[in-house]
Design a binder for this molecule. Structure first.
Ligand code: GLC
Length: 409
């Protein structure tokens, strides 16, 4: 039987106790302790990966995983506050694709360009997520998982109303939603993230892009991964008629009763909850929603996943999301080395595969999208791949992105 006994000891006494029990202090001391901080780990996958890593590196590296806030803006604020108040505290951090420029410019994170080219195979990584880790021609992070906005729908309810395919335009979505609401008695047609935060900016941008508008245009000429010229964000286009038309679509969905008025307070969690509890026909969500729905007991054939609809005459547009792994520039050399070892492990094919299977996150390694077993288990990979190939858009890249986003949200 285990008992916990509290023994008040001075440091001198502690030394004697440890010495007397013959603990191998040398082996313990040699281990480098690092902290890895990322968003919440609902599926428990990150903790399992970290535990396995700690076993492999027993006596060398000890990783403590720290959960950051779920809400995106709160996550960013907590990270910036910690980097400021406790330099070198968090050694490896998950950074949203839109934080790269801000973190790199502030000097908080290491330039990983040399390590990247020495140790990783850039050809194996999806180009868009990798581009999100670039700032001023240098690489500041390594993609960890990627995200793309998708349309989830109740395949069973659509079928019951006679629809055999998901909508491809917002008008069609409205028509189908109203029909299904009538036939199946579902409370809402379409739920999405409309709250005043980063996710609201993402939704707004997707509506704007789907109508042919844009938020900002930057003249960054990119050939493959090689950025041939960099002119940072140089024109604000959110005032265009096309951008306004995109936002009108969002407003129209609410006015017409397809989306509930409450969407203006919905973040990822509330939108997904509404859909998971059977109260919505359509959901705008990130790929992990599929895993959450599966875990909530939804039969796979009840749920469909498709690209987001487009405006009439426009094209479906999906926002690139996801997180990159970055190393704290104020950590010691040994901590940075250990953080890099953990980063390489998390970005390796085996762990990327586990993360897709267990957490439902899109991997950053292109080959995994052709792995039949994985695609069968995690069907969002198939749609994700198609979206990545043609419908993906990125939010403006700027050290001042947060100011832009706040206004849009
Ligand atoms: C997801 C995306 C991230 C985005 C956020 C908005 O976490 O991966 O890129 O900024 O949602 O809420």
């Amino acid at each position: 039987m285990k008992r916990s006994v509290r023994i008040p000891v001075t440091f001198g006494a502690l030394g004697v106790i440890l010495g007397s029990v013959g603990l191998s202090l040398r082996a313990q001391d040699a281990a480098v302790d690092i902290v890895f901080a990322s968003g919440p780990d609902d599926s428990g996958t990150v903790q399992r990966l970290v535990d396995a890593f700690n076993d492999i590196h027993d006596g060398e590296i000890r990783v403590e995983w720290r959960a950051m806030p779920a809400e995106n803006d709160a996550h960013r604020e907590a990270l910036l506050a910690d980097l400021d108040a406790n330099p070198g505290g968090i050694d490896l951090m998950a950074s949203d694709v839109v934080w790269t420029a801000e973190l790199a410019r502030s000097g908080a994170v290491e330039d990983l360009t040399d390590r990247f080219y020495d140790d990783l195979d850039r050809e194996s990584l999806l180009a868009e997520p990798l581009r999100s880790a670039l700032y001023r021609l240098r690489i500041w992070g390594v993609p960890w998982y990627t995200d793309a906005g998708l349309l989830f729908y109740r395949r069973d309810q659509l079928a019951a109303s006679g629809f055999t395919a998901p909508p491809t335009t917002w008008d069609e979505l409205g028509t189908m939603a109203r029909q299904v609401m009538d036939d199946s008695g579902t409370a809402h047609g379409f739920v999405f993230q409309g709250a005043d935060y980063e996710g609201g900016t993402v939704s707004a941008a997707e509506f704007i892009w789907s109508a042919g508008g844009d938020v900002m245009s930057s003249r960054v000429a990119v050939t493959g991964l090689v950025v041939t010229s960099v002119t940072e964000v140089d024109s604000i286009s959110v005032g265009s008629a096309a951008a306004a038309a995109g936002l009108d679509i969002a407003r129209g969905l609410i006015v017409d009763g397809v989306s509930p008025a409450e969407v203006v307070d919905f973040r990822e969690e509330q939108a997904l909850d509404a859909f998971a509890s059977g109260d919505a026909v359509f959901l705008r969500g990130w790929p992990y929603a599929y895993r959450v729905l599966r875990d909530a007991g939804f039969e796979p054939d009840k749920i469909g996943v498709a690209p987001l609809p487009a405006a009439a005459g426009g094209e479906s547009a999906s926002c690139l999301g996801g997180f990159n792994l970055m190393v704290n520039s104020r950590s010691t050399d040994a901590e940075q080395e250990a953080a890099w070892t953990l980063l390489r492990y998390l970005a390796s094919p085996l762990q990327q595969r586990r993360q897709a299977l267990e957490a439902g996150l899109l991997p950053v390694l292109g080959d995994l999208y052709d792995d039949p077993e994985l695609v069968a288990e995690v069907p969002v990979l198939g749609v994700g791949k198609a979206v990545f190939e043609s419908q993906l858009h990125t939010r403006p890249m700027s050290p001042f992105y947060n100011l832009v986003s706040e206004r849009i949200a």
